[in-house]
Ligand binder design. Structure first.
Ligand code: NAD
Length: 483
């Protein structure tokens, strides 16, 4: 691309240049090429988007639900037709492999499919005889202008957790996509407009802190959905709720996989390697710690190393590449810093991804990195590194392994590898995590189930997606009638 363009905001159905005069480059992390510039919009531009959204809400919220749903059905068709193009955009701006990007598009489409069920999802409830000649009915309504602030790591899936369902429920929506991956959001909005979405129902305001603060403080916004890192999630939750909004803020993670001695070790290794190093470890459901129970530790580490050595690293657009770059140079440097810290703190470096990074030339590459003999005192265990770095720990029993995982301040996902039903039950009942996997590596729930963690991995009440999402984006009226 010779002359990268500057993206426009979407306000009132029009693509308008930001007046801020400030923009940042959007890089292809595999090549360091500038793909585009993203404007750093101002709070005033949030005001404009919210004004247009409020105007659109007046008629959109009164549009019959089946008619709203029909636009979602058309949108689903367009997303399917543009599947390859969307996957390519994800790989270009995020760096993950094309195969993973293709899978991510499916996850986004499933959200739209769920949202197209709005006529059923919006239904209320009645009880014809709460007392003699008295009846009660619950009616469900949209809440107004909802908003979304999204991370870089799933440029399609995460925005699709939010705006399709919010809009299907009759709300208008203002999206602030990650400034590091704004291209896919733009394409998603273009296709929604093409599907017949009325002007102003979906707005995009590109930018960073100013736009986020504009959203959090705006009196015209009723709800904020946030997905991103833990400190920002906490800030968003506190600030937006102090301004009277509903908030759901999905945050960081440190996901443990426990491997019991009776597990199929080869199958576990395949799952764990994919969960730890897929998407360069930049997944909130990435496996970042393995706890080996009993005497399988050495064999497990050996197999993990072999599998990590076999990974193909490179530009995600190339065939058979499994591991792409991390998102930016500072993320690469931060990862190298953690590898150094792990060595300093006494963990055993089994595989050093810095060597792959050094060999890569351009792009923000870090190879699969494997530490053994990690303990809870180490930073590499405590912090979310969000990169292809996997720590192995040892435990004598399932009890001990669960206790290690439960020490973490995060509690997003957790996995258990075993053939034993009793262990599965113990794990399910005692682990602190919102999303569990048995004999699989990435237990990400699908669009029709709630998605979220516990503890510092989540701030709020109602999770994303599924009927939780419907509850979040709607409010209820109770009507009690005497006949
Ligand atoms: P991030 O927190 O840096 O950014 C997320 C959003 O917040 C972006 O839109 C960004 O512009 C904005 N933002 C960043 N710093 C801000 C600040 N100081 N003030 C106001 N706004 C700010 O997160 P990221 O690096 O884009 O994404 C990775 C993080 O997201 C990881 O921690 C990952 O675990 C988390 N994540 C969680 C889930 C989940 O379901 N729990 C899903 C995906 C990603």
């Amino acid at each position: 691309m010779t002359n990268p363009r500057t993206l426009n905001n979407l306000i009132g159905g029009q693509w308008v240049p930001s007046a801020s005069g400030r923009a940042e480059p959007v890089y292809n992390p595999a090549t360091e090429e500038v793909l585009a510039y993203v404007p750093m919009s101002s709070k005033e531009e949030v005001d404009q988007a919210v004004a247009a959204a409020r105007e659109a809400f007046a008629s959109w919220s009164r549009t019959p639900v089946p008619r709203r749903a029909r636009i979602l059905f058309r949108y689903q068709q367009l997303l399917v037709e543009h599947w390859d193009e969307l996957a390519t955009l994800i790989t270009l701006e995020n760096g993950k492999s094309y195969t993973e990007a293709h899978g991510e598009v499916l996850r986004g489409i499933e959200c739209v499919e769920f949202a197209a069920g709005a006529p059923s999802l919006m239904m209320g409830k009645q009880l014809p005889d709460i007392a003699t000649n008295l009846e009660s009915g619950m009616y469900r309504y949209p809440i107004g202008v909802a908003s979304g602030i999204t991370p870089f790591n799933f440029p399609m899936m995460v925005p699709c957790w939010m705006f399709p369902l919010a809009i299907a429920c009759g709300n208008a929506f203002v999206l602030k996509p990650s400034e590091r991956t704004p291209l896919l959001a733009e394409r998603l909005a273009q296709l929604f407009l093409e599907a017949g979405l009325p002007a102003g129902v979906l707005s995009i305001v590109h930018g960073a802190h100013d736009v986020v603060n504009g959203i959090l403080e705006h009196p015209g916004i009723a709800a904020v959905s946030f997905v991103g890192s833990q400190p920002v999630a906490e800030y968003v939750y506190k600030t937006a709720s102090a301004h009277g909004k509903r908030v759901q803020a999905l945050a960081g993670a440190k996901n443990h996989s426990i491997v019991l001695p009776d597990a199929d070790l080869d199958a576990a290794v395949t799952q764990i390697v994919s969960a730890a190093f897929g998407s360069a470890g930049e997944r909130c459901m990435a496996c970042s710690v393995v706890v080996a129970v009993g005497d399988i530790g050495d064999a497990l580490v050996e197999k993990l190393k072999q599998a990590a050595d076999a990974i193909t690293i490179g530009n995600g657009m190339e065939k058979d590449v499994f591991l792409g770059p991390v998102i930016r140079q500072p993320q690469k440097e931060r990862t190298v810093g953690y590898i150094e810290a792990g060595e300093r703190e006494g963990a055993k470096l089994v595989r050093d991804g810095r060597l792959d990074a050094a060999a890569s030339g351009g792009g923000y590459f870090v190879g699969p990195t494997l530490f053994d003999e990690v303990s809870c005192e180490m930073k590499i265990w405590q912090d979310e590194i969000f990169a292809p770095v996997l720590s192995v720990m040892r435990a004598n029993s399932l009890d001990e392994a669960i206790a290690i995982a439960n020490e973490s301040e995060f509690a997003n996902g957790a996995c258990l590898f075993t053939k034993d039903g009793g262990s599965v039950r113990q794990f399910r009942e005692t682990i602190d995590a919102g999303m569990l996997g048995i004999n699989l590596g990435v237990p990400a729930p699908m669009a029709f189930f709630p998605f979220s963690g516990w503890k510092k991995s989540f701030y709020g009440d109602l999770h994303a997606n599924g009927t939780d999402g419907v509850e979040f984006y709607t409010r209820k009226k109770m009507v009690t009638t005497r006949w």
